[in-house]
Design a binder for this molecule. Sequence first.
Ligand SMILES: [Zn+2]
Length: 256
Amino acid sequence: MNLNLDSDVLGYKSLSQKARVLTEGWAANNLYCPACPSNHVVREPNNREAVDFVCPDCHAPFQLKASRNSIGRKITDAAYETMKRAVLSDRSPNLLIMHYGIDALKIFDVLVVPKHFLSLSAVEPRKPLALTARRAGWIGCNIVLDNVPPDGRIDLVKNSVVCPSADVRAKFRLSRGLSNIETSKRGWVLDLLTALRSLNKIEFTLGEAYGLENTLSALHPKNRHVREKIRQQLQVLRDLGYLTFLGGGDYRLKSL
Ligand SMILES: [Zn+2]
């Protein structure tokens, strides 16, 4: 993987147009598929909504979100209703999030969020566009990366260093188990995993997991049996391979 952007882009007056050509060109020439052994992804030929690239072998869809700013807590995305529908119907693309430098012509960071890691907790509606705007009333969304478990933020390039593709693919493969859980139930699994990771420790107790009750209640205000739900979701996370039961109410998370 070459981290240089191709400087040979002439004839584009607008910076945003040039940036798009540069970053999409880089992805087409350098990205491999994190979902299978394919060494390429190709531009989506059918102009599908919210999909920029697909893998020619496994057909995994990818959306590229490139920015000159470092990767922050929130990523601006498409229309809220479109994204919400895509998440609930399990048709959201895998997100490729890129930080690049237009002066340096370099890629600094790239991470992939496998689509199964996107739940409604991670999709936030933005303020409707002002009445004076061309698309007045239109509601876009942000992807809130803080609400995606760190397990689902997989680095391909970090601080200008390319991460081993075998690690990337192993992490991506692990996420596949989530696809067997209905989208309406997946939010709970992901929110618990995010909350457990926020404890910043690999081993934790059931008491510590119960201590996350308020955080989880805030995300699922209609559920009145949060502790029961926590116990149930710990089993789901164990079955998915994200944690092990050590016995006696002790648990160990898979290291990142
Ligand atoms: Zn593939």
